[in-house]
Design a protein around this ligand. Structure first.
Ligand SMILES: Cc1ncc(COP(=O)(O)O)c(C=O)c1O
Length: 483
C-alpha cells in the first residue's frame, strides 16, 4: 500500500479549503456559531470539525476514506485490519472483551488491568482468571507477566475464551509476548494486548517488540499518548485467524460514538503516515533524548531512575526507556511535592506523580524541552527536606491475590450494595475496585472478598499520602460492598 498517502487527512485538507456551507451538525457551522474567543482559540480546526459522513468522508455511511486509512494503519502496524478509535484505548479494550466473551465465559486477564478492562469485564459479564505480574519488591513496581504463568492458567482453565495482557506496564515494562502468543495459539486461544502505552513500538528496533510483531491477535494502542494523534485517538489492530473480526467491528460500532470527531480520525491518519515514513528517525531522536535525561538524572544527588536493570533474570521482558520514572524520596520529598515544584517554579508538567516518584514521557514531540526538564530536576535537591517524605510499606506484592474471587465484576456491580466504613469491610465482598499508586495494580477488585490486612495497608498508605484510584469515596472514609 502507498504509505505516502493519508486519504482521510488529505480530504480534510481539501475540505478546509472549500467554501461549502453546512446544513448539518455540528451547530457551530465551521465556527460561525461560536463566539470570538472560541474562534480565536480553536482556529482553523473549526472549518474541518464537520460530520464524518456527508462532510469529509463519502456520504451514505460507506466510510470509504476511513476504511482506506484504517487499512493503511493495519499494514503499518503489522495487522490484517485496523479500526481508528475515538474515546481512546478504552473503546478498544471494551471491544476486545465484548467481541470474545459472553456472560459467564472465563477470560485469563492480567491483574494489572486498567479500569477500562475492568469495565469490559462488567459489560461482558466474563469471569476473570487473574494473572499476577512479577513484582519488583525494592521499588514496589509491577513487572511483566511470565509465559509460564499464562501456560499454567491455560492448563487450569482450558475453556478460557482469551488471554488479555497489559504490555507495557505504566512504567514501561513489556512481557515476553512472542512466547506468550505461541503458548496461546498452541491452546487455540487469542492473545489480546492492551498496548495503550506502546503505539511507537512498531517503528523502532530499540523499543520493545510490538504486540502485533510478537504475534498477538489484537492490540490496542493510544496513538494520542505517545505519538502525534489528537487526544482520544487510538488504534485497534487485528490479526485474522482466532478472532471473529466481524463481531469485533460490530462491537466497535456499538461502543463508539455515532458522531466521531473527524479531527481525531484525521490526526490518526496523519500520524500513521508520519510514522510509516519517518518513524525510525523521529524515534531515534526521542530515544537519544531519553538516554540523555536518564544519564543526567543519575548524576543528580538524591534522584534515581528505574530502567532495564529491573528485568535482570527475566528473559523476554523488555523496557521502554522513553518513560522516565524519577524516584525523589531520598530528598525527603514526595512525588506530589516534586511535581508541584516543577510545575510552579519551572513550568514543567509531568505525566504522573505518586508518593515516591514522578513520571516523565519523552516522545517525538520533544526538542529543547528536555533542557527545561533537566533544569527543573537539577533544582530539586535545593528543596531537600531531611527526615520528611514517604515511609510507606513498600511492597504490596504479598497482598495481591490474597482475597477469594466470589463474584464476577458484573455480578458485584449489579448486586445490592451498601457503603460501610473500611474497618468494617473485612470479610465482605467488594463492589468496587481500589488501585493504590504505587504500584497501580488493583489491590481489591469488584467481587473479591476483602481481607483485614489489605484495609490496614490502605489505611497506612492513605495516611502517608498514597493516592487511591477507582474508589467511589476518594477520602477512603467508606467502601462500597455487596449487601
Ligand atoms: C494500561 C492502559 N490501558 C488503557 C488505557 C486507556 O487509554 P485511553 O486513555 O486512550 O482511553 C490507559 C490509560 O491511561 C492505560 O494506562
Amino acid at each position: 500500500m502507498d504509505q505516502t498517502r493519508a486519504p482521510f487527512f488529505e480530504r480534510m485538507q481539501e475540505f478546509a479549503a472549500s467554501d461549502a456551507v453546512m446544513f448539518s451538525t455540528p451547530g457551530h457551522k465551521r465556527g460561525a456559531g461560536l463566539d470570538d474567543a472560541g474562534r480565536a482559540l480553536f482556529g482553523d480546526a473549526l472549518s474541518v470539525d464537520v460530520p464524518h459522513g456527508g462532510g469529509v468522508d463519502t456520504p451514505h455511511f460507506s466510510w470509504g476514506l476511513l476504511r482506506q486509512a484504517e487499512r493503511l494503519a493495519a499494514e503499518a502496524h503489522g495487522g490484517a485490519d485496523a479500526r481508528f478509535l475515538v474515546n481512546g484505548s478504552t473503546t478498544g479494550n471494551l471491544a476486545m472483551l465484548l467481541a470474545t466473551c459472553n456472560p459467564g465465559d472465563e477470560v485469563i486477564i492480567t491483574r494489572m488491568l486498567h479500569k477500562s478492562l475492568l469495565a469490559g469485564l462488567v459489560f461482558s459479564g466474563a469471569r476473570p482468571v487473574y494473572l499476577k505480574p512479577a513484582i519488583d519488591r525494592a521499588h514496589n513496581l509491577p513487572l511483566d507477566t511470565s509465559p509460564g504463568a499464562v501456560a499454567e492458567a491455560l492448563r487450569a482453565h482450558p475453556r478460557a475464551k482469551a488471554v488479555v495482557l497489559v504490555s507495557p506496564s505504566y512504567v514501561g515494562v513489556t512481557s515476553d509476548l512472542a512466547s506468550i502468543a505461541d503458548i496461546c495459539h498452541a491452546a487455540g486461544v487469542p492473545l489480546l494486548v492492551d498496548e495503550a502505552w506502546g503505539p511507537h513500538f512498531h517503528f523502532h528496533p530499540d523499543l520493545p517488540q510490538s504486540a502485533m510483531a510478537s504475534g498477538a491477535d489484537a492490540s490496542v494502542s493510544s496513538t494520542h499518548k505517545m505519538l502525534g494523534a489528537l487526544t482520544q485517538g487510538s488504534t485497534l489492530v487485528l490479526r485474522e485467524g482466532l478472532l471473529d473480526i466481524e463481531r469485533l467491528h460490530t462491537v466497535v460500532d456499538m461502543v463508539q460514538t455515532t458522531s466521531p470527531s473527524v479531527l481525531i480520525f484525521g490526526s490518526l491518519d496523519a500520524s500513521r503516515r508520519q510514522m510509516a515514513l519517518h518513524g525510525r528517525q523521529l524515534l531515534f531522536q526521542a530515544l537519544e533524548m531519553a538516554r540523555q535525561v536518564r544519564d543526567e538524572v543519575g548524576d543528580i544527588e538524591g534522584l534515581s531512575t528505574v530502567g532495564p536493570r529491573l528485568l535482570a533474570g527475566r528473559p523476554g521482558a523488555d523496557f521502554d526507556i522513553t518513560r522516565v520514572l524519577v524516584d525523589v524520596h531520598e530528598l525527603g520529598l514526595t512525588g506530589y511535592e516534586a511535581e508541584e515544584i516543577l510545575r510552579d517554579e519551572h513550568g514543567v508538567m509531568v505525566e504522573m506523580s505518586d508518593l515516591m516518584s514522578v513520571l516523565f514521557l519523552i516522545t517525538i514531540g520533544d526538542t529543547a524541552s528536555i533542557l527545561r526538564l533537566l533544569a527543573g530536576l537539577e533544582a530539586l535537591p535545593a528543596h531537600r527536606k531531611p527526615g520528611h517524605g514517604a515511609s510507606l510499606p513498600r511492597s504490596t506484592g504479598e497482598l495481591l491475590f490474597a482475597g477469594e474471587i466470589e463474584l464476577t465484576p458484573r455480578e458485584a456491580f449489579s448486586a445490592d450494595t451498601e457503603r460501610i466504613a473500611p474497618e468494617a469491610a473485612a470479610g465482605r465482598i467488594s463492589a468496587e475496585s481500589i488501585t493504590p499508586y504505587p504500584p497501580g495494580i488493583p489491590i481489591i477488585t469488584p467481587g473479591e472478598r476483602i481481607r483485614a490486612e489489605v484495609i490496614d495497608y490502605l489505611r497506612a498508605g492513605v495516611e502517608a499520602g498514597m493516592y487511591l484510584s477507582g474508589l467511589s469515596d476518594e477520602s477512603f472514609a467508606s467502601l462500597r460492598v455487596v449487601r
